[in-house]
Design a protein around this ligand. Structure first.
Ligand SMILES: NC(=O)c1ccc[n+]([C@@H]2O[C@H](COP(=O)([O-])OP(=O)(O)OC[C@H]3O[C@@H](n4cnc5c(N)ncnc54)[C@H](O)[C@@H]3O)[C@@H](O)[C@H]2O)c1
Length: 420
């Protein structure tokens, strides 16, 4: 089968196995080339990433493993390929990560299943015990439309909607360049509460509780969850909308977790990250137009970063910058207690320029004022398409596994070893 991207409304329903693996390796190479910068830092040794297969979670796992040499356990919910259908991008990303980790002698273990469930939490605890790991960093990077509550059996669905008043904003289809006016009706209180259930901090707290109770959380561990603030023009649909309410809950959970687990020295943070093209962010109204304009401005100024560059900075400058006595220094926080990794995005100069451009964008000047092509390429690449060096004319079977003949598992280090 010759595979071409199948995209509709900024959703891509297939993935190219070789391109996904190649993209993951590109991120690994980025971190590996900076390994020296990690050497003197008081980094983590055993890292659990919940939501590890794509986007910010994958970058977090890559930087922990290939920067610090940490053992990693990654949880994700992906579909394996079958004889008739290719797998989801994250399935190939996981394969590429695990093969590269083994080749480096790094301890890595993947758990594919519903992170919200009690079973997956138990499976991670079992794996940690078998591998002799106590997690000193837990990254919570889930982006999910639904959550099956393990206690009640109720399926909660998140919504991306404004609260109270309808939202009207311009959006762009990055494949056709068509600019359209999107209108989204306000959420009901029930939809807002459902979104908090899915994307708020409840499940993060359940994870920390389960790990602590099982004795697989190291003393003085760090946990970080990711959030977004963005420009005021997006607030009606994001920050002041249903998802913003969930993020406010997530942010409040960080403080609650640090207080609840103060006896074991846990420090829980929320990091506000930069807007980037991931499978989750491409479907939010206004975001493709804003992000395309932002990319153009930041690339012109030389301050653009992708997921792995953001996490490289999170680890080296914020979470593990050396402090007194060799332990990590406390990271700088904003008045709401959050790490701001979106500082470059939100700098007044960048925001003023983006706002001015967005007010004047019409189809005729779209390519000059905004980096729609950059958005389109990033979007295709996270699905394994248009990745440099990949032969897209090659005929591959849907269940082709580009890494099948990779390093055999027995060559991996013994569990529990501190990797090189
Ligand atoms: N993309 C952005 O612009 C941006 C900016 C700031 C913050 N964030 C935040 O970063 C976090 C990660 O988002 P992303 O954009 O990297 O998303 P993503 O879609 O690339 O990754 C989501 C991850 O969650 C996993 N996942 C989803 N449901 C799951 C389930 N039930 N069980 C196990 N795993 C599951 C997926 O397999 C994947 O690994 C989110 O909290 C998001 O709000 C994103």
């Amino acid at each position: 089968m010759i595979m071409k991207p199948m995209v509709r409304n900024n959703i891509c329903i297939n993935a190219h196995p070789v391109g996904c693996a190649r993209e993951t390796l590109r991120q690994i190479e980025y971190v590996a080339a900076r390994k020296k910068l990690y050497e003197a830092l008081p980094g983590p040794r055993a890292v659990l990433v919940i939501g590890a297969s794509t986007g910010y979670g994958l970058a977090s796992r890559i930087a922990a493993a290939f920067g610090f040499g940490a053992a990693t356990v990654g949880v994700s919910y992906e579909k394996a390929p079958s004889e008739t259908k290719v797998g989801t991008p994250g399935w190939y990303d996981n394969r590429a990560f695990e093969a590269a980790a083994r080749a480096e002698g790094l301890v890595s273990h993947g758990v594919d299943g519903d992170a919200y469930s009690a079973e997956v939490k138990a499976e991670v605890i079992r794996a940690a015990r078998e591998l002799g790991l106590r997690f000193d960093l837990v990254v919570y990077s889930l982006a999910s439309p639904v959550r099956l509550d393990p206690e009640t059996g109720v399926l909660h669905k998140s919504a991306i909607k404004p609260l109270r008043a309808p939202y009207r904003g311009r959006s762009v289809d990055v494949f056709t360049g068509r600019i359209s006016e999107a209108e989204v009706q306000p959420a009901t209180e029930e939809e807002a509460a459902e979104t908090v259930k899915v994307m708020g901090g409840e499940d993060w707290a359940l994870w920390i509780e389960a790990l602590a109770e099982a004795g697989v959380l190291a003393p003085s561990a760090v946990s970080v969850a990711y959030s977004y603030v963005g420009p005021e023009l997006s607030w009606p649909i994001y920050r002041d909308g249903t998802i913003g309410r969930a993020k406010a809950h997530l942010e409040a959970t960080a403080a609650a977790l640090s207080a609840r687990h103060a006896d074991r020295g846990l420090r829980a943070y929320v990091s506000i990250n930069k807007a980037l093209v991931t499978r989750a962010s491409a479907v939010i109204p206004v975001i493709p137009l804003y992000v395309s304009t932002l990319f153009k401005v930041m690339k012109e100024r030389g301050s653009h970063e992708d997921c792995v560059a953001q996490i490289d900075r999170l680890y080296r400058d914020r979470l593990y910058a050396p402090g007194p006595g060799g332990s990590p220094a406390a990271p700088a926080l904003d008045p709401e207690g959050r790490i701001r990794l979106d500082d470059l995005e939100m700098s007044p100069g960048v925001q003023a320029e983006v706002e001015a451009r967005m007010a004047h964008i019409v189809p005729e000047n779209l390519a000059t004022l905004a980096d729609v092509e950059g958005f389109r390429l990033d979007f295709l690449r996270i699905h394994g398409f248009e990745v440099p060096g990949v032969d897209y004319e090659a005929d591959i079977a849907p269940d082709y596994d580009p890494l099948e003949p990779a390093v055999p598992p027995e060559e991996a280090r013994a569990p529990g070893d501190r990797a090189r």
